[in-house]
Design a binder for this molecule. Sequence first.
Ligand SMILES: Cc1ncc(C[n+]2csc(CCOP(=O)(O)OP(=O)(O)O)c2C)c(N)n1
Length: 738
Amino acid sequence: MTDRDHSESATATCGVEEMQTWPTRRRAVASTQTSPNSSDLTQQEAATPSQSAMDELCINTIRTLSMDAVQRANSGHPGTPMAMAPVIYTLWQSFLRFDPEDPIWPNRDRFVLSAGHASMLLYSMLHLIGVKAVDVKYERLGELSVTLDDIKRFRQLGSKCTGHPEYHLTSGVETTTGPLGQGCATSIGMAIAGEWMGNHFNRADFTMFDYDVYVLCSDGDMMEGVSSEAASLAGHLMLGNLCWIYDNNRVTIEGATALAFSDDVAARFRAYGWNVQHVGDANDAGRLTEAIAKFRGEHGVPTLIIVDSHIGYGAPHKHDTNAAHGEPLGEEEVRLAKRNYGWPEDAHFLVPDGVREHFRSGICQRGEQLRSGWQARLEAYRSKYPDLADQLDRMQRRELPEGWDVDLPIFPTDLKGLPTRTSSGEVLNTVAQRYPWLIGGSADLAPSTKTRLTFEGAGDIEPEKFEGRNLHFGIREHVMAATVNGLALSKVRAYGSGYLIFSDYMKPAIRLSALMEIPAIYIFTHDSIGLGEDGPTHQPVEQLIALRGIPGLITLRPADANEVTEAWRVIIGLRHQPACLVLTREAVPTLDRSRYAPASGLSRGAYVLADAEDKKPEVLLIGTGSEVALCLKAYEELKADGIAARVISMPSWELFELQDETYRDEVLPPEIKARVSVEEGSVLGWDRYVGMSGAKIGMHTFGSSAPLEDLLKKFGFTPEKVFEAAKQQLAQVKKMRT
Ligand SMILES: Cc1ncc(C[n+]2csc(CCOP(=O)(O)OP(=O)(O)O)c2C)c(N)n1
């Protein structure tokens, strides 16, 4: 329900007149201006302030900490924290169900700062409410997550206050944000996870999950396409636990949003099926409270609260301008802004006495009560529902169910074979039956990516029906990847699937999975020109190397069905790394493992599949995925020709790089210089394994639209071509020696 239309409000509240009222605004710490000793004075102030004066004191503490940090760093964004301090204050102090003592308490409300550039807003809050640090083993360390020293060292090496919030570094940061739109998109996964876990774990007598997800987003978030996909999906799924608060300050880096943005945001979101509310002034605590309370009472649809604000609020020369955006205010402007807030102008990083105590009696006390109540409930739940409680515990620690891998498929030798997407579908369905919190879906391609869970009970996740295991993202790859992140951040194990070519649409979120060190799973099929007639728009060339370029991401391109099984074994075991599984559309033979090395070699990234009889090969043939079978054919032909070759299956560069040098040298003996790599993708990077003089059979152009056999001939993926390249390599090496 909207009070006013977005565009209507824009004219109603955008006046400078309002800004001119600062100097006469009530001053929470007015008397401190006259004293040289701010600390003493603030103690006096803290003893007496009225409730609203204390609110303002807290709000101005958030503002000034943010301004001081940006000023000292001489870099960062002060304007939005100054404007949105009242909003974050009201939300956290009066509503957020969050216990700073345990920032990973599973049923906490989530807060996502999608406008990650306003990071000081979040760090100020994390510091003031005393959020405690948690380590990678999910153990509480007892120390502050964000110290005042971290704030003073904002954006400096080793500070918890990085330029943009980073999930893996700073406890209390729910997701890494910075690329605008991603926070909004990730929140969809968090909200789905909340609904899904509620359905999975709650019982009539036990509510274990009912958390809400709040997002603070900005004009930039609203402009980015990914947030539109996200809003559309959230509206469709009727995510009533999701509330985005839009900082409608109408300013971005280049100037007024009017330069490039004239959407009626409220109308857009109403059309998506959201409940839209409007707060005409970010400083109107009453109206804000009302709006959030209304969201809390709302069921069945997501909420957007549009809040009109003034960027750089309080800075006399920079408010409402892009100058308050991406640079420090300057010493003098900081001073003037502090004067407007009634703040001691010479004080820096001041936390007046009473502020921390006030937070303690608000969010901290409420959070502690809720969390300890939940913990007690969990103990009772454990006695009544031990299996579910066991699942809940394991999930939270990213542990696996006992025996999850007991019946992983072993595929019989089969010359004709099957597409790796098909064997993957079989393995995934086997794993998922023993892994109840593994869920996922596709961007409308599940029949093709073979990712649908088909066993009994694996239903669909639909609006108001969250107990299933199959998500339907619609044709929304951007938000699919971010949703997988949101689910993984909520400890639901999740996968998203599509064609490898569309990994380009998902790359920003995949990159964040790796940066956040979370075990998101991406399944990509149609992995090469091998997909045939669909042609170059659908044939990936540079995608694989682009994914391999993401630090921390594990890519796997298995060669046959049994390598697929082993790939899933690796992927499922990952706790802090995302993975991309890259699969074929076309059939590949299931290799005879009595003749060739076992598929378990996959776990080492590369392994010797077929070797020279005396293990002293003259030439190395290195292939991945569908090209491994091709290498084997060439190997047999070379053998018949009296040439000792070795075939190396190399499904994962990243896993191979994790092996020690001895193993790597065993597989790729440095003294053997005759080398050929074969991969139906860009040759970029293969010189790492074949050397500068090695042969690289791969793609140098886009593909073509034609039947598979014609494409393989045209682009040189034939046994003859590999055979020829090997012979040339041998001749070249011989020549170099003589
Ligand atoms: C995807 C993406 N593109 C560009 C940027 C660079 N950037 C950082 S902040 C910003 C402008 C943001 O303006 P707005 O969203 O209105 O934030 P506010 O000015 O309200 O702080 C831009 C373009 C980014 N962080 N992410």
